[in-house]
Write a protein that binds this ligand. Structure first.
Ligand SMILES: Cc1cc2nc3c(=O)[nH]c(=O)nc-3n(C[C@H](O)[C@H](O)[C@H](O)COP(=O)(O)OP(=O)(O)OC[C@H]3O[C@@H](n4cnc5c(N)ncnc54)[C@H](O)[C@@H]3O)c2cc1C
Length: 523
C-alpha cells in the first residue's frame, strides 16, 4: 500500500531533519527517507577504529548549529530530547615549522599576549577588531541567516546605510568581496597570524587568493575568541539523535536503508517519490530533496527543465577531503609546546603561500606535496569519547583531488584512491610526526577515509567535497545553487531542494533546511 505524507524528504542530513521538525510543528505529516543505514549524513559518530573510541565521521565542530536560528527556536525542545554540548574555550591554534605557535581562545588577554609575541601592532589591531565585532556581527549574521530575497537584501542594505552611511556600507561590500590574503595582509603584519587565520578559509574552498573568502577567517577568529567552539557531548551524533527524537515526538518518521530512486511527478507537479525497492510514497504538499544538484537532475529525469537541469548539472564542487581517524594511546607531543594539547583544532598550515599552492595542486588533480592538516583533539574536552587516558584524533587532510591526475611530490604513482589512500595517509602522518615527534608510535588503530569513501557513504559529498559545492562568490548568496533558486524552489511545482548546496550553504548551521521550512509553512 502506498505511504502518504504531507512532505516527503529525501535524505536525513541535519538540514532535512531541521526542516522536518519545523514542518511537523506546523502540523505537517513528514516522512524522511535515507539511503544509509543511519541518519545524519555528514554528522555522525561511531567506533570506526577500535571499540570504545568514538569518532566523528565528518563534522566535529557544532558551533554553527549551537548558534543557529533553528536552535533559538528549538534549543529547549532538543535539550529535552538529549541534546548536550561540550563548550570549548580554546578553539584553535597553529603550529609552525620554526617551533613557534599561536592560539586563539576565549581568554582575551591570553590571545592578545600570544599575538603580541609576534607583533605589537597586530595585538592592537586584534583588540580593535574584537571590540567592533558585536556591531559587525549583528549585520553579518543577519545577512547570513536571511533568505536571499529582494526584501531581506534591501533591509540589510538599508540598516547598514542608516547606521554607517554610504561609505560604511561600501566598506562592508568591499570586505565581503575580499580574498583572505587581501584582508589578512591589509590588516595584520605577522605572517604567523595571517596563516593562523587563513587556515580557516581552507575549511571551505577559500584558498588565500579567492575573492569573497575573507569573511571566514574573520568570523572564525572573532567568534572563536568571543564564544569558543562547541562539540557534541559524546559525539556530534547527539544532535542527530535529538532531531530524530523531536521529529518522531511530533508525529514524523525517518526510514533508513531507503534510497530514493526518483521523484514521481504528474504534469509539472511533484507528487511523491519512488524508492529503489519500488515502494511508492505520496507527498500531498511537497517533495524536498537534500541531494547534490546533479543528483536532482537524475531523480527528475523526464521533467524537461533544460535550463535548470543544465545549471544543476554544471554546479561546481570544491576539491575533496581525506579523513584520518586515529585511536591514540595519548595526545601528540607537540614540539611547539605542551600548551597545544589544550586546543580543539591544531592547524598545520604554515603560510598563505603554502595554502595557495595546495589548493592549486588539488584543483589540478594533483595530490598536494604538503597538504594542510587540521588535527582535531575532541577528547581534550570530551574524554567520554575514548577509554580512560586514551584519545581520538580527527585529522582532516585539506585539500585533495576527487580524481587523481598525479602527485605534486612525484612520489605516489597510484592513479586512483584505492591505491593512493595509504601513501597519502602516510604523507599526512609524516607531517604530523614533523610537528609532534613520536605521534605514530601512539596510534592504536586507524581508519583512512578517502574522497571516494566519503562519497560512497553519502552521495552529496561529490568527489569528497565536504560542503556540497564550491562557495565561491559565483555560487554563493543569490547564486546558490543558481540565480532564482536560492530559496530552494525548483521549476517543478511542489519540488524543493535543500541542504548544503542551497543558500546559506555548507556547515552545521541548519540554515537551508530551516529557511525552507519557514517558507513552506508561512514562517
Ligand atoms: C569530513 C567533513 C568534515 C566536516 N566538518 C565540519 C565541521 O566540523 N563543522 C561544520 O559545521 N561542518 C562541517 N562539515 C560540513 C557539514 O557537515 C555539512 O555541510 C552538513 O552536515 C551537510 O548537511 P546536509 O543536511 O545539507 O546534508 P548531508 O549531511 O550531506 O546529508 C544528506 C543525506 O542525504 C542522503 N541522500 C542523498 N541522496 C539520497 C537519496 N537518493 N535517497 C536517500 N537518501 C539520500 C545522504 O545519504 C545523506 O545522509 C564537514 C563535512 C565533512 C564531509
Amino acid at each position: 500500500m502506498a505511504q502518504e505524507y504531507d512532505a516527503v524528504i529525501i535524505g536525513a542530513g541535519h538540514n532535512s531533519l531541521a526542516c522536518a521538525v519545523h514542518l511537523a510543528k506546523r502540523g505537517w505529516k513528514v516522512g524522511v527517507f535515507e539511503q544509509a543505514v543511519e541518519p545524519g549524513g555528514a554528522v555522525r559518530t561511531g567506533e570506526y577504529t577500535l571499540p570504545g573510541f568514538r569518532h566523528d565521521w565528518a563534522a566535529m565542530n557544532l558551533s554553527l548549529f549551537a548558534g543557529s536560528g533553528f536552535m533559538k527556536e528549538y534549543g529547549t525542545a532538543l535539550a529535552g530530547q538529549g541534546l548536550d554540548f561540550v563548550p570549548v574555550d580554546k578553539p584553535f591554534t597553529s603550529a609552525f615549522p620554526d617551533g613557534r605557535w599561536l592560539g586563539v581562545s576565549t581568554d582575551a588577554a591570553a590571545t592578545v599576549a600570544g599575538i603580541r609575541a609576534f607583533s605589537e601592532r597586530d595585538a592592537e589591531t586584534w583588540q580593535k577588531l574584537a571590540k567592533a565585532f558585536p556591531g559587525e556581527a549583528a549585520h553579518i549574521f543577519a545577512l547570513l541567516g536571511a533568505p536571499m530575497r529582494k526584501r531581506a537584501i534591501s533591509s540589510f542594505l538599508w540598516r547598514l546605510w542608516r547606521e554607517r552611511g554610504l561609505g560604511g556600507a561600501l566598506d562592508m561590500g568591499r570586505f565581503l568581496a575580499m580574498s583572505p590574503r587581501a584582508w589578512l595582509e591589509e590588516t595584520f603584519e605577522s605572517p604567523h597570524l595571517r596563516a593562523t587565520l587563513g587556515a580557516w578559509g581552507m575549511h571551505l574552498d577559500f584558498a588565500p587568493d579567492i575573492a569573497g573568502g575573507a569573511l571566514f577567517p574573520y568570523l572564525e577568529a572573532m567568534a572563536g575568541s568571543a564564544f569558543g567552539m562547541v562539540l557534541g557531548k559524546g559525539g556530534a551524533d547527539v544532535m542527530i539523535r535529538a532531531l530524530v527524537a523531536e521529529l518522531e515526538a511530533r508525529g514524523g518518521s525517518v526510514t533508513c536503508g531507503a534510497p530514493v530512486a526518483k521523484v514521481v511527478h504528474r504534469g509539472r507537479k511533484a507528487r511523491g517519490v519512488e524508492l529503489a525497492n519500488g515502494t511508492q510514497v505520496t507527498a500531498r504538499r511537497a517533495v524536498i530533496a537534500n541531494v547534490a544538484p546533479a543528483a536532482l537532475v537524475r531523480l527528475t529525469e523526464g521533467t524537461r527543465n533544460a535550463a535548470f537541469d543544465e545549471r544543476m548539472a554544471r554546479f561546481a564542487h570544491a576539491p575533496g577531503t581525506m579523513m584520518l581517524h586515529l585511536a591514540m594511546d595519548g595526545l601528540p607531543d607537540w614540539a611547539a609546546g605542551e600548551a597545544l594539547k589544550s586546543y580543539a583544532y591544531v592547524h598545520l598550515a604554515p603560510s598563505l603561500d603554502q595554502m595557495a599552492r595546495t589548493y592549486a595542486q588539488a584543483k589540478a588533480g594533483l595530490l598536494p606535496d604538503e597538504p594542510v592538516i587540521v588535527v582535531g583533539q575532541p577528547t581534550v574536552f570530551d574524554p567520554s569519547r575514548a577509554p580512560e587516558g586514551k584519545h581520538v584524533l580527527w585529522m582532516q587532510v585539506r585539500m585533495v583531488p576527487g580524481a587523481i591526475q598525479g602527485d605534486a611530490a612525484g612520489q605516489i604513482t597510484a592513479a586512483d584512491w584505492v591505491d593512493a589512500a595509504e601513501p597519502m595517509a602516510a604523507r599526512a602522518l609524516d607531517i604530523l610526526e614533523r610537528y609532534a615527534p613520536g605521534s605514530r608510535a601512539k596510534i592504536l588503530g586507524q581508519r583512512i577515509v578517502s574522497p571516494p569513501d566519503l562519497e560512497a557513504d553519502n552521495p552529496n559529498l561529490v568527489g569528497g567535497d565536504q560542503v556540497c559545492g564550491s562557495h565561491h562568490l559565483s555560487q554563493h548568496f543569490l547564486f546558490r545553487p543558481a540565480r532564482g533558486y536560492s530559496d530552494g524552489s525548483t521549476p517543478i511545482e511542489a519540488l524543493h531542494l535543500t541542504g548544503a548546496a542551497v543558500w546559506p550553504g555548507g556547515g552545521t548551521g541548519a540554515g537551508p533546511g530551516f529557511l525552507l521550512a519557514q517558507r513552506l509553512a508561512g514562517k
